[in-house]
Design a protein around this ligand. Structure first.
Ligand SMILES: NC(=O)c1ccc[n+]([C@@H]2O[C@H](COP(=O)([O-])OP(=O)(O)OC[C@H]3O[C@@H](n4cnc5c(N)ncnc54)[C@H](OP(=O)(O)O)[C@@H]3O)[C@@H](O)[C@H]2O)c1
Length: 262
């Protein structure tokens, strides 16, 4: 899918291709594996410059750095280190000169009954899944405001809209992201910035690798389309929300779950 240029900002000279077309810059948190990795791969292939972080580098980040030395930037940052998350956004804006797209993708899932979850663990889950996106969004959206345009997509979860045992803290944090999206869309819309939430159901990734075969069957049985999603399908929905095909959509949450919540 091609994502044509949005309203242009004022790119620095070294962000222009030989043709003079401004290069678009995306920040994707957690771009080393799963959904984040597919987004990074697709955006690079479409000609974007992409900055991402995760805790650890891997074969993919090494490959991308080699194949796209000018256009791919990876750093080791932990979501729970909020200062580093903020600084990552600021550094990307400074180094690349602009930020056109932010996808708050990185997240951590911890399954445990609420009554036995240690306070420190609760803090960690909320920090990684809600506070880190808030800090990254603030540092990246300031660059978007300067350019008077941009798109933000926050990755939530159906746990934010339906109750499931053992994920109360994760669900609370993800629901917070959806609230952020609605109010921020009101604040940033007049400045040409769209903010939306993508709310996926179960899709295959490392995060769902430990779902037991029995639970996998239960999920399939409860899903009208009869299967888990693929990471490629979820990436398609993110790229739709990032593209001019959704130019008049802001402040919304789009559920992609094969119908499990319908
Ligand atoms: N998979 C599902 O069924 C599902 C369903 C609904 C919503 N979601 C949401 O979709 C998003 C992507 O999920 P996914 O399944 O693609 O996840 P994943 O395969 O587990 O990948 C998560 C990515 O985030 C990074 N990450 C994890 N913890 C981090 C931390 N503390 N600091 C920095 N980076 C960190 C990981 O790299 P490192 O481990 O190296 O840090 C990796 O790049 C998440 O927000 C998740 O909550 C997933």
């Amino acid at each position: 899918m091609s994502v044509p240029d949005r309203r242009p900002g004022t790119p620095a000279a070294d962000e222009r291709e030989v043709s003079g077309t401004p290069r678009r810059v995306a920040v994707i948190s957690g771009g080393s594996r799963g959904l984040g990795r597919v987004l990074v791969e697709r955006l690079l292939a479409e000609g974007w410059r992409v900055a991402t972080f995760s805790r650890t580098a891997n074969e993919f980040t090494g490959w991308a750095a080699q194949k796209y030395p000018e256009d791919f930037h990876w750093e080791g940052v932990d979501l729970t280190d909020l200062q580093s998350v903020r600084e990552f956004g600021r550094r990307v804006a400074r180094q690349f000169g602009r930020i056109d797209l932010l996808v708050n993708n990185a997240g951590i899932l911890h399954r445990e009954l609420f009554l036995t979850t240690a306070p420190k663990r609760m803090d960690e889950i909320v920090t990684a899944n809600l506070l880190a996106p808030l800090h990254l969004t603030q540092s990246c959206s300031r660059a978007m405001v300067r350019a008077r345009g941009g798109v933000i997509v926050n990755i939530s979860s159906i746990n934010a809209v339906r109750g499931y045992r053992g994920v109360s803290v994760y669900a609370a944090a993800k629901a917070g992201l959806e609230g952020l999206g609605r109010s921020l869309a009101r604040e940033l819309g007049p400045l040409g910035i769209r903010v939306n939430t993508l709310t996926p159901g179960y899709f295959d990734s490392d995060m769902t690798a430990d779902v037991t075969p029995a639970n996998r069957e239960k999920i399939k049985n409860r899903t009208p389309l009869g299967r888990l999603g693929t990471v490629a399908e979820v990436a398609d929905a993110v790229l739709f929300l990032a593209s001019p095909r959704s130019e008049f959509i802001t402040g919304q949450a789009l559920i992609i779950d094969g119908g499990i919540t319908c």
